[in-house]
Design a protein around this ligand. Structure first.
Ligand code: PBG
Length: 352
């Protein structure tokens, strides 16, 4: 062993010089050391690349994008530095840029100028779908948020009953209408994010009846009532008072996520999602082990914002933490990740 140490340090100052008094140790006990040394596989960038268990590819990243009705030019979102509310034109340009960077898909959210009780002001989203499909529809996967919260004057993901509770079954009727309109506009994948019971089955039936048998359903199967959606509420100018705890999941529960996922798969979900990502990596792993459909993770607005804020203060290395959070979601079992960093991260990993 001392021979090995001498070889490794040949030409360098002796250990005695660097750390006076520190003598080469005795041979190790059990456990395989000194012949077993995990550090061998970490000794160079090339070696580490060779043995990496998961990788981040541009196609694993999906970019969420906001388009606001009536805007002439993109408008920054204060709590999401680097993310904007797009005009129809800037949306098309940003979509092209993302696709050129190699992202796997785009997820579109609409922000209306007017809202009503039943969330019928979703034309802005359908128009944006048609625009993006015309621009990049052959080159990427165009996804849409299928939910009412951006369009309702009360900000909930469903229709409210007279007593103020969210009416599950009435909401499903609106989801079915929206789904057909989004598929008519050309959307490839519909992201059902409302957490209503039965939403996947009802939307699948409505799509099939309208001839959209190829429209893919991405079910936000395990979506938690999370404080990490804060900046998103600014992005879509949400009118919500209160919370979504009667329909989104309790952060304490993981077995419940498996039940939600199993129900969505049984109802015909093609892809399922866990959301948020970072505080729920254990759920992601359990879900990925349990299903045989693709699994997505949504790195939500608050996850992005806290990294950007810490980086802006010089407290963390922005790019390192960005890529670490994304590879973490991949390692936990996500086949792809929705992230506001998608375009930049795709360029970074392509250059690696
Ligand atoms: C609902 C929806 C939300 C997000 C995506 N879809 C908001 C919510 O459930 O309150 C949040 C995404 C994010 O925070 O980045 N349409």
């Amino acid at each position: 062993m001392s021979g090995t140490l001498r070889r490794a340090t040949a030409g360098a100052p002796s250990l005695e010089k660097l750390c006076p008094g520190l003598a080469p140790g005795s041979s190790g006990g059990g456990g395989g050391f000194p012949s077993v040394r995990p550090r061998r596989l970490r000794q160079s960038p090339a070696m580490r690349r060779l043995v990496a268990e998961v990788r981040l590819n541009p196609a694993d990243l999906v970019l969420p994008m906001f388009v606001k009705e009536g805007l002439d030019e993109a408008r920054p979102i204060n709590s999401l530095p680097g993310v904007v509310q797009h005009s129809r034109d800037s949306l098309r340009r940003a979509a092209v840029e993302a696709v050129q960077a190699g992202v796997g898909g785009l997820m579109l959210f609409g922000v209306p100028t007017e809202r009503d009780h039943c969330g019928t002001t979703d034309a802005v989203l359908n128009d944006a779908i048609a625009d993006v499909i015309a621009e990049v529809g052959n080159d990427t996967v165009v996804m849409t948020d299928l939910c009412l919260d951006e369009f309702t004057d009360h900000g909930h993901c469903g229709i409210l009953a007279a007593d103020g509770t969210v009416d599950n079954d009435a909401t499903l009727l609106r989801y079915a209408e929206m789904a057909v309109a989004q598929a008519d506009a050309g959307a490839h994948v519909l992201g059902l994010s409302g957490m209503m019971d039965g939403q996947v089955g009802v939307v699948r039936a409505a799509l099939d009846a309208a001839g959209h048998t190829n429209a893919v359903i991405l079910a936000y199967a395990a979506k938690y009532a999370s404080g990490f959606y804060g900046p998103f509420r600014e992005a879509v100018e949400s009118q919500l008072q209160g919370d979504r705890k009667t329909y989104q999941q309790d952060p304490a529960n993981a077995a419940e996520a498996l039940r939600e996922v199993a129900l969505d798969v049984a109802e015909g979900a093609d892809i399922i999602m866990v959301k948020p990502a970072l505080p729920y990596l254990d759920v992601l792993r359990q879900v990925a082990d349990a299903v045989d459909v693709p699994v997505a993770a949504y790195q939500v607005s608050g996850e992005y914002a806290m990294v950007e804020a810490a980086a802006a203060n010089g407290w963390i290395n922005r790019e390192q933490v960005m890529l670490e959070t994304l590879i973490g979601a991949r390692r936990a079992g996500a086949d792809f990740v929705l992230t506001y960093w998608a375009t930049e991260a795709a360029s970074l990993v392509a250059a690696q």
